[in-house]
Write a protein that binds this ligand. Structure first.
Ligand code: 13P
Ligand code: SF4
Length: 347
């Protein structure tokens, strides 16, 4: 029963004490978040790596790429566990290293050497290593503006992986017109661009988040008509049209901060993952908070982590027989950490 699972988790946590660290992303279920030693957006969860290293085990409540990053940023003796290996990310799966190497070769032949790759942290360790090897860095939704600004000052062209929307929204916020952005289609190995080659400033990998693509301008228009006072707050993984039509956009940490600062009685429609929207609505009864998409938008892979998987993973850890250990090989780690450190130094 749920009570038994809770008792198991509480028991392991109490007995293991500081030997165990349990971070949870803001999109995790409440049933998991209640046990978290730290919650955060992707940047904050990378920044707590030092706290992870002080423990023997990290049981990561998030998705696979986050656990990989935790493994790479902690000592080799530290063990990172993902309670369910099926907790992946469809966006991270949209770019593999073979496709990326091929794209970079083709693009370098066409545009010359002055291309700097940046990857959203929502990518595999192999992609982070590719970017690190080529002088680039990782970005998260909370430092994308600083990182894109840095990249455009370093080289003529920015190659942004794997989320076209975060790349487009960020470059546009920095004053790059849409006409100077091209799209790389990794399935067709094709660059989609209407203008002249010399005008390209940003090349966007054709990837997206399957959760955030469910928010539309039509939903925003509906609220503008029926409920014009309601503020629209979205994540920058939403399309450019949605971000442009919204009132505010930012990372999950930014969304939480806006809600915490909101005046009592104000109305909000939030365009991000359902668990976070529901948690904000419950913890802020003084506000009127709804999802921008009336059918809500769950991230099915984030939701793989639940009480049964967490209890099972923790029992195995305590027994000294951890399951679902996430390890990134030394060569990949070396270059991926270069990319991560270039970001952490600027965040
Ligand atoms: P942030 O928490 O960094 O905003 O990331 C959102 C996300 O989609 C994580 O998978
Ligand atoms: Fe990936 Fe989107 Fe889920 Fe985040 S919300 S883990 S980007 S699928």
């Amino acid at each position: 029963s749920e009570a038994d699972l809770i008792a198991i988790i509480e028991g392991v946590k109490a007995r293991m004490g500081s030997r165990l660290f349990l971070p949870a992303h803001h999109y995790q279920k409440d049933e998991v978040v209640q046990f978290a030693d730290a919650t955060g957006d992707s940047l904050q969860l990378a920044q707590v790596a030092k706290q992870m290293t002080e423990a023997e085990y990290t049981v990561f409540c998030g998705v696979h790429f986050m656990a990989e990053t935790a493994d790479m940023l902690t000592d080799a003796s530290h063990t990172v566990v993902l309670p369910d290996m099926r907790a992946g990310c469809s966006m991270a799966d949209m770019a593999n290293d073979t496709q990326t190497e091929r794209a970079f070769t083709i693009l370098t032949e066409r545009f010359g050497e002055s291309i700097l790759p940046l990857t959203y942290v929502n990518s595999t360790a192999a992609i982070k290593a590719f970017v690190g090897r080529h002088g680039g860095a990782t970005v998260t939704s909370s430092n994308a503006v600083q990182m894109v600004e840095w990249a455009l000052a370093e080289r003529d062209i920015l190659f942004f992986l794997p989320d076209q929307h975060l790349g487009r929204n960020t470059a546009h916020a920095l004053g790059i017109p849409l006409e100077q952005m091209a799209i790389w289609d990794p399935i067709k190995d094709e660059l989609v661009f209407d203008g002249e080659d010399q005008d390209v400033r940003v090349i966007l990998w054709k990837g997206h988040c399957s959760v955030h693509e469910k928010f539309t301008v039509g939903q925003i228009d509906q609220f503008r008509k029926t409920d014009p006072e309601r503020k629209i707050l979205v994540h920058p993984e939403c399309s450019h049209e949605v971000v442009t039509a919204s009132d505010l956009n930012g990372s999950t940490a930014y969304i939480i901060q806006q809600i915490e600062r909101a005046a009592p009685g104000t109305k909000w429609a939030i365009g991000t993952e359902m668990n976070l929207v529901n948690r904000l609505a419950t913890t802020h009864p003084e506000l009127d908070i709804v999802s921008l998409n009336p059918f809500m938008c769950p991230c099915l892979t984030m939701n793989r982590i639940d009480l049964p998987h967490l209890a099972w993973a923790l029992e195995q850890v305590e027994a000294g027989e951890p399951v679902n250990i996430i390890t990134v090989d030394a060569e990949t780690t070396r270059y991926a950490v270069l990319a991560l450190e270039r970001m952490l130094a600027r965040s």
